[in-house]
Design a binder for this molecule. Structure first.
Ligand code: HEM
Length: 342
């Protein structure tokens, strides 16, 4: 009897242990809370106003600042999720992402984030993550140059890590083929539709000669040959004179949307139909022999700005929701976006 009681209590203890382990496992998965629209409504009610005001100053002093912030957000989210990792400076203890090949000499605008962060820290210290600031600032950037509004889910933590290697491998480059770029979006849980709509960000901002030299001395002439636009050839000549075939001038810049470089509109897609995309990766969306679905999306967005805006807003939310589950457990709200807290 005593023996059977002993066995019974062992079984009960074992069952309890298994239950506790299971609950801990379930709980640790369940600890990743969903992002919410009212995350800072009581802890930092001024957050949206502060970001909006700083972005208004930045964009009115130079409209390209809108593009810089949108791209920073993209490069943040594609590496460990949207966790502010792209904002970290290199230190002796941490290798950041800023010198990875898609970013080095190319990503700029960090001081805009610094300015917003320091204003927010004086209003509500230690409350608002850099990752959230960047996400809201990107939304405001788009609005300020004429693009759509969307609600931004919030509650991201900042990472205490960065990944130089993932920055090199996850972020698509301007000379990359269509299927490879598609696979990088699918890997992040984003669709081909998301990829084409989000590429519409290239309706603002500039590219450096280094990233379009091969294109303007390569197939630009043939892809744009069918257009009746008499300005196409002179435009190509101007691009070439600013970006010599023999090298040099790598950092000379040209707008990806030559028609309305500072306006968020759908003319980028019309330019692709004209065969005048500046980056090879952009033109591939329309011209590649593999571009069946992407070509039809380019046509849709070129004809229908409202359809582009609607999809862009939805895809930005989806991109902003790429999470870093590690940061929910081990992350923090950085005091300074460039450094992890000590
Ligand atoms: C689809 C794959 C993509 C590729 C291959 C790509 C590639 C590039 C390249 C090569 C540049 C020029 C950088 C330089 O010359 O320094 C650039 C600029 C830019 N990209 Fe992308 N990009 C892609 C998607 C995106 C997405 C998804 C976004 C935002 C959601 C974005 C936003 C921007 C912006 C705003 C600029 C202009 C930045 C500036 O003015 O400095 N790109 N991109």
């Amino acid at each position: 009897m005593a023996a059977s009681n002993g066995l019974g209590s062992f079984a009960a203890t074992y069952a309890t242990l298994v239950l506790v382990v299971c609950m801990v496992m379930v709980c640790s998965y369940a600890t990743v809370p969903p992002l919410t629209l009212d995350y800072y409504s009581s802890s930092c009610p001024t957050v949206f106003d502060v970001i909006r005001k700083e972005m208004e100053c930045a964009v009115s002093s130079d409209p390209r600042n809108a593009a810089l912030i949108v791209r920073l957000h993209f490069h943040d989210c594609f590496v460990q999720g949207c966790d502010g990792s792209v904002l970290l400076d290199d230190t002796v203890m941490l290798q950041g992402e800023k010198t990875a090949s898609p970013n080095v000499n190319s990503l700029i605008g960090f001081e805009i984030v610094d300015r917003i962060k320091s204003k927010i820290e004086s209003d509500c210290p230690g409350i608002v993550s850099c990752a959230d600031i960047l996400t809201v600032a990107a939304r405001d950037a788009v609005i300020l140059v004429g693009g759509p509004y969307w609600d931004v889910p919030l509650g991201r933590n900042d990472s205490r890590t960065a990944s130089y290697d993932l920055a090199n491998s996850n972020i698509p480059t301007g000379d990359e083929g269509l299927t490879s770029i598609i696979s990088k979006f699918l890997y992040q849980g984003l669709s081909i539709t998301d990829m084409v709509a989000l590429s519409g960000s290239h309706t603002i901002g500039m590219a450096r000669c280094e990233n379009y030299r091969a294109r303007i001395y390569g197939d630009y002439e043939s892809t744009s040959a069918g257009t009746n636009d008499p300005t196409t050839k002179p435009r190509l000549n101007t691009l070439r004179s600013g970006c010599p075939a023999a090298g040099g001038g790598n950092d000379n810049i040209a707008p990806m949307d030559y028609r309305t470089p500072d306006m968020f509109d759908n003319s980028y897609f019309q330019i692709l139909i004209n065969g005048e995309g500046l980056l090879s990766s952009d033109q591939e969306l329309y011209t590649s022999i593999l571009a069946v679905q992407t070509r039809s999306l380019v046509r849709t967005y070129a004809e229908d700005a409202a359809a582009f805006f609607e999809q862009f807003a939805e895809s930005m939310v989806r991109m902003g929701n790429i999470t870093n589950s590690d940061s929910f457990v081990n992350g923090e709200v950085r005091k300074n976006c460039r450094f992890i807290n000590t």
